[in-house]
Write a protein that binds this ligand. Structure first.
Ligand SMILES: [Mg+2]
Length: 366
């Protein structure tokens, strides 16, 4: 049986900083612009569990966080460092697991063949120990034969836990959880469901009332199937190896202009292209996603005329796609962006020597 181990690094940005500052372990630490250095509209990027215990959470305005945790140590975000460590963790995992699917800067899915849930549990713990001892980072792992359930289980395992959900126990595991535990259910959908007396996932198992089904469209079918313990998952194509790779950036402050957003996309495209090139991977399509200030996420993709390697095509296409999303938004709600991500899809190994062949085949430049 194929299992998905959803690995999520705990309090990622803070944990990256604590590798360099072990003296701060066990203390409230906040990554974000320090509110004592002057007025800032910035938000908390990541807070240590000690700061969380005082009520601080990510995306909270820094001034409010400063009041809740006056003795916290503030650290300026260093995104290049977080990208580098993320790549380091993936390289470490690849030494043991050939099938990795990175999901974001601090999340990756590992595929694992096993029959007994106990075997999955000990594999998850071994993996967690490997990241803990070799990369010096805390991680939580959720495991299931369904990707979406593995994701939900990893959230429930936090911090530093392991949660294995066998196929027969999916519905029972999900039933008591609040609807917000489902990826894609945000505050608006939660409020909508609550208006119809639906607060837990289990309450959706019998089906949703017609009014809700109309409003939620196909998402209604998906969440009901999930509540019944039979999530509908879109299988990626069967070619082996990692199918796509993405990197993302959450801004310190929401971004309200196209240039800033598109230069972030160019920078992410460079990081992603470099890392794929180092690993000898080519890609066939590119997509970008933007999360607006109200957390709604939009995305846009393009298939390239041929397989590409290296950052050039990504750096060309990603900012274009971002600008398209941006101008669409300008015609409508004009929200600011809180996150941008760039994804390369349909990955495949570059044949050896491919790079040189392509370079020779390229027409001379004007
Ligand atoms: Mg995380």
């Amino acid at each position: 049986m194929r299992w998905f181990l959803w690995v999520d690094l705990d309090a990622y940005y803070v944990s990256c900083e604590l590798r360099d500052r072990p003296d701060l372990l066990g203390r409230p630490v906040i990554v974000g612009p320090d509110p004592r250095e002057g007025p800032s509209r910035g938000v908390v990027l990541s807070a240590s569990y000690e700061a969380r215990a005082q009520g601080v959470h990510s995306a909270m305005p820094v001034a409010q966080a400063g009041r809740l945790s006056p003795e916290a140590t503030w650290i300026r975000p260093d995104h290049a460092k977080y990208e580098r460590i993320s790549e380091e963790v993936r390289a470490l995992l690849r030494t043991k697991y050939p099938f990795l699917r990175p999901q974001s800067i601090d999340e990756v899915i590992v595929e694992f063949e096993a029959e007994a849930p106990e075997q999955v549990d000990s594999e998850a713990r071994a993996l967690q120990t490997m990241i803990g001892t070799r990369a010096n980072l805390p991680a939580s792992v959720g495991a299931s034969t369904y990707r979406i359930v593995a994701k939900i289980a990893s959230d429930r395992a936090k911090p530093a836990g392991v949660r294995v959900v066998p196929p027969a126990e999916v519905a029972a595991f999900l039933a008591p959880l609040p609807v917000r535990a489902i990826p894609g259910v945000g505050p608006k959908t939660e409020a909508l469901l609550r208006d119809h007396q639906v607060e837990t996932i289990g309450q959706m198992a019998p089906g949703l009332p017609p009014a809700l089904r109309r409003m939620l469209g196909s998402f209604a079918r998906e969440i009901v199937a999930l509540a019944r313990g039979q999530p509908v998952e879109v299988e990626p194509d069967e070619e082996t190896g990692p199918r796509s790779r993405s990197v993302d950036r959450t801004f310190d402050e929401d971004v309200g202009n196209a240039d800033e957003l598109s230069s972030a996309a160019i920078e992410l495209a460079r990081l992603l292209g470099d890392s794929l090139e180092r690993e000898g991977l080519m890609f066939r399509s590119v997509s970008v996603a933007v999360r607006w200030e109200d957390f709604q996420r939009v995305q846009r993709g393009r298939t390239l005329p041929a397989y590409q390697h290296g950052p050039a095509a990504l750096q060309l296409v990603a900012p274009r796609l971002v600008r398209e999303l941006w101008s669409e938004e300008r015609r409508g709600r004009r929200r600011r962006a809180r996150l941008v991500s760039v994804r390369a899809e349909r990955l495949r190994p570059a044949p050896s020597g491919q790079r040189d062949l392509d370079d020779f085949a390229r027409p001379p430049e004007d």
